[in-house]
Design a protein around this ligand. Structure first.
Ligand code: GLU
Length: 290
C-alpha cells in the first residue's frame, strides 16, 4: 500500500517537474526541494569555491540499492543518498545537471576519495575510526543498524545473528557488515554488491544476506513477497558523507548544510520522497563535529 502511494506521489511530482521545466533530461532523477543557491560565494582556495566556480561536482553513490541509491531509467541514480548529494550541490550553487554520479561499491569508497575520482561519497557509508584514518566524514545524516534478510517464511528459523553459527551468509567485501558478521559465522560469501547476494539466497546457496536494515528493506520491497528482513538490528551504522581527509572547511560546510536541512525540513522532505515510500520518517541524528 505504502509503496503504491510513494509511486503515485513520484508520478505526480514527475508530471509537475515536466510541466515546470518542459523536459525530463535535467540529470535530476527525483526532484529535490532544495533551491540552487544563485549568488553564493566562498573563500578563495577552498574546495567549495573550486566546485562552485566549476559548476560541477562528482559524487559517488550506490547504483543497486533501492531507497538510497538505485540507477533509474534515465541513467541517474535515485534515493535518499542521492537527495543528500543534491542538497549539498544546491548549497554549492551547482544544479542537479552539474552532478556526475559515479558508482561506488563498498570496497572502493576510500580509494575513490583518496585518488580524487570523486569529490564526495554518499553511499550508505558508515563512519568509523578505521575509515577516518584515510578519509574524513561529515554527518551522520542517518543511523542504520545491521540486520539479516532471509527467504520469506524463514524468519522464524533465523531470528538474529546468534542463529547463524551453522549457517552461511552473503555480504559485501569492504563493508562493516562483512567485518561484524565474522563474529557469528565463518561461512561467509563476500561479493561486490548486495544485489549480487539475492541469487544465492534464492537458490539456497546461503541462508541469509546481511547488511544494514534499510538496504535490506529496499531489496525486500523491490522483490515483493520473496524475502523478509528479520528486524533485529545488532549494530549501529551512522551514515556519513565521505570527503578528502582533513578538508576541514569542506566538512564544516557540509555539516552546516545538514543541520540547516534538519531545521528547514528539506532533510525530511528528501526522506519522504525516497526511503519514505517504505520506511517511517526518523528523527535526524546529531551531526558529529569530531
Ligand atoms: N554501512 C555499511 C558500510 O558502510 C554497510 C553498507 C555498505 O556496504 O554500503 O560498510
Amino acid at each position: 500500500m505504502r509503496r503504491n502511494k510513494g509511486l503515485m506521489i513520484s508520478a505526480i511530482a514527475l508530471v509537475g517537474a515536466i510541466a515546470l521545466t518542459g523536459c525530463t533530461d535535467s540529470g535530476a532523477g527525483t526532484p529535490t526541494a532544495a533551491p540552487v543557491e544563485e549568488d553564493v560565494t566562498f573563500e578563495e582556495g577552498t574546495t567549495m569555491a573550486a566546485l562552485n566556480e566549476a559548476g560541477e561536482i562528482t559524487i559517488g553513490t550506490k547504483f543497486d540499492q533501492p531507497l538510497f541509491g538505485l540507477k533509474g531509467p534515465d541513467g541517474n541514480p535515485v534515493g535518499f543518498d542521492v537527495e543528500i548529494g543534491k542538497l549539498i550541490a544546491a548549497k554549492l550553487g551547482i544544479e542537479a545537471s552539474g552532478i556526475t554520479w559515479t558508482e561506488t561499491v563498498s570496497a572502493n569508497r576510500e580509494p575513490f576519495i583518496q585518488n580524487g575520482d570523486v569529490d564526495l561519497v554518499v553511499a550508505t557509508y558508515t563512519i568509523n575510526d578505521a575509515r577516518k584514518e584515510v578519509v574524513s566524514f561529515a554527518g551522520p545524516y542517518y543511523e542504520a543498524g545491521q540486520d539479516l534478510l532471509v527467504l520469506a517464511g524463514n524468519e522464524a528459523k533465523i531470528t538474529g545473528p546468534d542463529d547463524l553459527a551453522d549457517k552461511s551468509v552473503c555480504t559485501v567485501s569492504g563493508s562493516t557488515s562483512e567485518k561484524n558478521i565474522a563474529a557469528y559465522t565463518t561461512n561467509i560469501i563476500a561479493t561486490d554488491t548486495y544485489s549480487n547476494c539475492l541469487g544465492p539466497l534464492r537458490s539456497g546457496e546461503v541462508d541469509a544476506v546481511t547488511t544494514d536494515n534499510v538496504i535490506l528493506a529496499g531489496l525486500a520491497d523491490q522483490n515483493a513477497g520473496e524475502f523478509e528482513v528479520v528486524g533485529n538490528p545488532f549494530t549501529k551504522e551512522p551514515y556519513g558523507i565521505g570527503l578528502a581527509k582533513d578538508d576541514t572547511e569542506f566538512r564544516d560546510f557540509i555539516n552546516d548544510v545538514l543541520e540547516e536541512s534538519y531545521e528547514d525540513g528539506t532533510w525530511a522532505e528528501a526522506w519522504e520522497a525516497t526511503a519514505g515510500s517504505v520506511l517511517e520518517t526518523p528523527e535526524p541524528p546529531a551531526v558529529d563535529r569530531y
